[in-house]
Design a protein around this ligand. Structure first.
Ligand SMILES: NC(=O)c1ccc[n+]([C@@H]2O[C@H](COP(=O)([O-])OP(=O)(O)OC[C@H]3O[C@@H](n4cnc5c(N)ncnc54)[C@H](OP(=O)(O)O)[C@@H]3O)[C@@H](O)[C@H]2O)c1
Length: 312
């Protein structure tokens, strides 16, 4: 259940900044945490880790953009009035008017070419894919297929692979074919008409953000030395992943993306250079946060759903 409550103003520690939030997002992670819906096999583990009856961290939201409003006495990177964005990840706490963040944490100056909504949506998909492409050792000139290319992670996967010099094929519904081509996919497959795994074509990297392309299905579509990046994997796929690598032909990479402050700095550079612009589907006022969650619950959002604080 979601409710709006008044809390004391957070006070920044010596190494923290306090951000007055201008925009945040409702992500698939917020949906998972609110509803305690976990990938297959993770139910009991997820509940133990994140909360048995409801989320242990009661303020959801893992992304924000806003203005620095106060700084701790040891802060040197930021000053009041600076425009910033941040990805707090599992630390959450962004569905609020104010949040404190360590200045050396996952926060960076907002790229000027992005508005508040776009800047708020840089981290979730962007940091996830920087981590998976690092682990998958994506190289320029390789062929990448993104299954579920139209969501928050998928739209970041397409743009970042394209920027890194890959040939990108996007898999999505017919309604989103135009979108994925517009953000850089060289080719697009409507999953209702064609199964990418049975076309006879192969890819060096396959990114699965949907959870329906585990190794047994994707194997025929992986080139020699190919890597399967399971952004969404059940417990069985996660446990089996290291064994695939032992056979030598392919590698399966699964599990949570690492949350590193350096990814946020990199995303700021990429966005400033025009290499990555988050896709915004709908934008809601803070007062309509429940509506935003209802829409995200549908599982059919295109890119990101943004929540604006008053006055933005
Ligand atoms: N491992 C990690 O650290 C990590 C990090 C972030 C996210 N995740 C996980 O990654 C998953 C994706 O996250 P997200 O934020 O990108 O989700 P999202 O934005 O909700 O993605 C929704 C997209 O999924 C597509 N979709 C739904 N059913 C499909 C199907 N049967 N085949 C192909 N596409 C389908 C929809 O596209 P169409 O309408 O075009 O079908 C929609 O655009 C989530 O389950 C999340 O938990 C994992």
């Amino acid at each position: 259940m979601l409710e709006q409550v008044e809390l004391p103003m957070p006070v920044p520690a010596a190494d923290e900044i306090r951000v007055r939030i201008r925009a945040t997002t409702v992500s698939s992670a917020d949906w998972r945490l609110r509803s305690l819906t976990f990938p297959p096999g993770f139910g009991p583990l997820g509940r133990l880790a994140l909360g048995v009856r409801g989320p242990r961290r009661p303020i959801l939201g893992s992304e924000l953009s806003g203005e620095v409003e106060a700084v701790g006495r040891a802060v040197s990177r930021f000053k009041p009035g600076d425009a910033v964005f941040a990805f707090t990840g599992i630390g959450l706490g962004c569905h609020a008017e104010y949040r404190c963040i360590a200045e050396r944490g996952p926060v960076a100056h907002k790229p000027q070419r992005l508005d508040w909504a776009q800047a708020a949506a840089l981290g979730f998909g962007g940091a996830t894919m920087l981590d998976f492409y690092r682990r998958g050792a994506l190289r320029a000139g390789e062929r990448v297929l993104v299954n579920g290319a139209s969501g928050a992670v998928g739209t970041a996967a397409v743009q970042l692979a394209r920027h890194l010099g890959a040939q990108v094929t996007a898999v999505c519904s017919a309604a989103n074919l135009e979108l994925v081509r517009a953000i850089g996919a060289h080719a697009a497959i409507d999953y209702a008409r064609e199964d990418f795994a049975r076309t006879g074509a192969t890819w060096d990297l396959i990114v699965d953000t949907v959870g329906n392309a585990p190794y047994p299905r994707s194997r025929p579509a992986l080139a020699e030395g190919g890597r399967l990046l399971l952004v969404l994997a059940g417990l069985t796929e996660l446990l089996k992943a290291p064994w695939v690598g032992l056979a030598g032909r392919h590698k399966v990479i699964a599990g949570p993306a690492a949350e590193r402050a350096e990814y946020i700095a990199r995303l700021a550079e990429l966005a400033a250079a025009g290499a990555f612009t988050p896709v915004i589907d709908r934008s809601y006022a803070f007062a309509d946060l429940r509506e935003a969650h209802r829409y995200v619950d549908s599982g059919r959002k295109r890119g990101n759903v943004v929540v604006r604080m008053d006055g933005v």
